[in-house]
Structures are given as structure tokens and as C-alpha cells.
Design a binder for this molecule. Structure first.
Ligand code: UFG
Length: 341
């Protein structure tokens, strides 16, 4: 039996493929390479020494997904496929709702046809909205979110919750990611955003490698000790291992569980810049810029439920996150492409 990684060529999917293969699981990848590169899967094969069944298809394409399920014995689906840029989602909301919701609905329908009952979803801490208290535990209410991208996560969680309520064979795990950073220790795979990075760490990495001359630090007047926003950064390899644990959990339990994947530690933007400089010896010039719309001052996880239910907790350090990001970016200055685009 195999685990289907929908969107498995992306940043989190490709790291999860490695951890699953190393844990003895078989994986099948479907990806349309809209925001990913087939080279990532070639490198996963190189790292693991295993050939991966790879389908180039849109997860929302029902006929294509039926072919995958007909050809492979799939018992678990991990749904990473989705558009994820906050700003773009504000400009193109219909495209975001169409794409992110359709792919989920198609997966659910095709899974039912093939009696596949385990679904792990890439959700986001964004569904918590503005926290009433910290750390954020899974018991905290879902609130209004700040962009269509966030609403797609919010809505897909609701769709999956309702689907479970109506089907007692289904097992769903909603993984709420905090801020994934870092790369595989080989430096062969990592985060490779197209265009100007939206997120902090890929931006810092591109400044370090000389693709951008400085970082704009969005706001230093937040109510935090150094005035910059605090987030729970988690190493992508720890995050990937959380998916291995979630897939095992889904095999043994029915129903729907919400599980945070974070470390439980918060670091400010300035602390992240300094940690990167210290771990790599490379200075990161930055300029203070206005606040970015929608940013919360502080967000970090309570990670207890993951440890209790999945037997998983994050192990890698902030230094590991910085060193591994730099190892990837310095060896692949233009990501998976050979030339700068
Ligand atoms: N930041 C900068 N400069 C940059 C990029 C980011 O100062 O060039 C700051 C942001 O203002 C924020 C912090 O770095 O304070 C982290 O920003 P990221 O964009 O890396 O991460 P976010 O916490 O904003 O985003 C994450 C996920 C999104 C999700 C969002 C919910 O990456 O998928 O949380 O708010 F939607």
C-alpha cells in the first residue's frame, strides 16, 4: 500500500517523501509543477535510492486522479497541493477558492470511489486568526482570517470535518503548520519560491546569496520585546516527520483530529536575522519598512497534543534551521534552475 502525496514535489511534500521512504513507506506523487519543479523528485530519488511513481497532473482533475488510484494501491492521501501566497490570494480570490477547494473535493470523491479512507491535510495556524491567549492550542477557536488563502484552509478544514461526520470509515488529520523553514541536510532539496519570496527565510537566504541586496523588515513597533513580530519557526524535516507520525496515527484511528505542528518556541524577526548571521557568518543588511497588512504581532504553538497523540515533537534547533537553509541556498543559488530567472 502507498501514501499519495498530492503536491508532493513542493517544499514540504518533497521533504515528507524522503522521511516517509526512510520510515519504510511507499509513496506516489501527483503534482502539476505549477509552483514546484520535477527536479525536486529526481533529487528525492537520488537521496533515497528509490524510484518514485510520479504523475504530472492537476489534483483537481478527476479523470487523472482516477487513473492514479486505479494504477496504485493507495491507503492514505496527504494533501499538500494548493496555492499559498497571501498577497496573490487577495488579488485573485476566485482562482484560490477554485483551485484549493476543488482539489480537496476531487480527492474526497475519488478516495470514496476507491475505498481509501485516510486523509492528512496541510492546514495552517492562520485559521486561529488573532489569538486570545498564547501558546495557541488546538482548543482555541477558529476565527476570522486575513486573506482568501487563509479562508481556503479554514473552509477545507470545515469540509473535511463534515465529511468525517457523515462517514464513519474516514480518518482525517488536520495538521496546522506554524512557520516551516530549513532544508534537508544534504542541501539537495529546499524551498524554491518563484519570483520575489513572500516569506522571511527564503528572503533572508536570497539576500545572503546576493540575489537581493537587503531585507525589508516589516514593522519594528509591535508590542513585543524588540518591536518585531514573533513566530514559531519549525525545521521542515521535523515537520515532514510529523506527517509520518500522522499517517501512522490515521491508520489506527477514525474521526477527525486537529494537530499543531510547531516547536512551541517563538522568535522575533530580529532574532531570526541574528541567528542566521551567527550560524553562517554572513551579514544580512535590512531596512525597517512599514508594517505588512494582516501580520499578527505574536503567534506560537502549544505542541503538547502532537507529542501526546502522535509521539512526535520537533527536535532540530534554530541553528539547524539557519545552517540547513544556507547549505541549500549556497549550493543552489537559483534554486532548481541553473540560471537566474
Ligand atoms: N517579514 C519581513 N520581511 C519579509 C518577509 C517577512 O519582515 O520580507 C516578517 C513578517 O512581517 C512576519 C515574519 O517576517 O513578521 C514572518 O513572515 P512570513 O511571511 O515568513 O510568515 P507569516 O507568519 O506571515 O506567514 C505564515 C505562513 C502563511 C500563512 C501565514 C498566516 O507562511 O502561509 O503565516 O498569517 F498564511
Amino acid at each position: 500500500m502507498a501514501v499519495l502525496l498530492a503536491g508532493g514535489a513542493g517544499y514540504i511534500g518533497s521533504h515528507t517523501a524522503i522521511e516517509m521512504i526512510e520510515a519504510g513507506m511507499e509513496v506516489v506523487v501527483v503534482d502539476n509543477f505549477y509552483n514546484s519543479d520535477p527536479e525536486a523528485i529526481r533529487r528525492v530519488e537520488e537521496i533515497t535510492g528509490r524510484k518514485i511513481a510520479l504523475y504530472e497532473a492537476d489534483v483537481a482533475d478527476k479523470e487523472a486522479m482516477r487513473r492514479v488510484f486505479a494504477e496504485q494501491s493507495i491507503d492514505t492521501v496527504v494533501h499538500f497541493a494548493g496555492m499559498k501566497a497571501v498577497g496573490e490570494s487577495v488579488e485573485k480570490p476566485v482562482m484560490y477558492y477554485r483551485n484549493n477547494l476543488d482539489s480537496t473535493l476531487t480527492l474526497l470523491e475519488v478516495m470514496k470511489e476507491y475505498d481509501c479512507n485516510r486523509f492528512i491535510f496541510s492546514s495552517s495556524a492562520t485559521v486561529y486568526g488573532e489569538p486570545d491567549s498564547l501558546p495557541l492550542s488546538e482548543a482555541a477557536p477558529k476565527k476570522s482570517v486575513n486573506c482568501p488563502y487563509g479562508w481556503t484552509k479554514w473552509m477545507i478544514e470545515q469540509i473535511l470535518t463534515d465529511a468525517v461526520a457523515a462517514d464513519d470509515k474516514l480518518s482525517v488529520v488536520l495538521l496546522r503548520y506554524f512557520n516551516p523553514v530549513g532544508a534537508h541536510k544534504s542541501g539537495r532539496i529546499g524551498e524554491d519560491p518563484k519570483g520575489i519570496p513572500n516569506n522571511l527565510f527564503p528572503f533572508i537566504a536570497q539576500v545572503a546569496v546576493g540575489r537581493r541586496d537587503h531585507l525589508n523588515l516589516f514593522g519594528n513597533d509591535y508590542p513585543t520585546p524588540d518591536g518585531t513580530c514573533i513566530r514559531d519557526y519549525i525545521h521542515v524535516v521535523d515537520l515532514a516527520k510529523g506527517h509520518v507520525a500522522a499517517a501512522r496515527y490515521a491508520a489506527e484511528h477514525k474521526g477527525c483530529e486537529i494537530i499543531n505542528l510547531g516547536t512551541g518556541n517563538g522568535y522575533s524577526v530580529l532574532e531570526m536575522i541574528h541567528a542566521f548571521e551567527e550560524a553562517t557568518g554572513i551579514p544580512i543588511p535590512y531596512e525597517i519598512a512599514p508594517r505588512r497588512a494582516g501580520d499578527l504581532p505574536v503567534s506560537y504553538a502549544c505542541a503538547d497534543k502532537a507529542e501526546k497523540l502522535l509521539g512526535w515533537k520537533a527536535e532540530l534547533t534554530l541553528t539547524d534551521m539557519c545552517r540547513d537553509t544556507w547549505n541549500w541556498q549556497s549550493k543552489n543559488p537559483n534554486g532548481y534552475r541553473e540560471e537566474e530567472v
